[in-house]
Design a protein around this ligand. Structure first.
Ligand SMILES: [Zn+2]
Length: 84
């Protein structure tokens, strides 16, 4: 994964716990955050966009891919106080 993805993340690093409070109200909650790896976000990154998006996954799901939220905006998540 490109290090450029991690520029300007404002303290949110790979596998940090975050709280999602964005526009999808029934998905609000605690997630593990990674830079979004979908094609659209990849192309935005290549194009030099500074609008970093995140892929959020449920840390408590039996299958970590079962509950995934893609392309979450930075302003839709807050780094959780649960991080040590
Ligand atoms: Zn994406």
């Amino acid at each position: 994964m490109s290090n450029t993805l991690f520029r300007g993340l404002d303290l949110i690093g790979p596998d940090d716990l975050v709280l999602y409070h964005g526009s999808i109200a029934d998905r609000h909650g605690l997630y593990l955050a990674l830079p979004c790896d979908c094609r659209r976000c990849f192309l935005d990154d290549v194009a030099g966009s500074t609008d970093v998006r995140y892929r959020l996954s449920d840390p408590y799901a039996d299958d970590p891919h079962a509950r995934v939220l893609r392309c979450a905006r930075r302003q839709s998540i807050t780094r959780s106080a649960a991080n040590v």
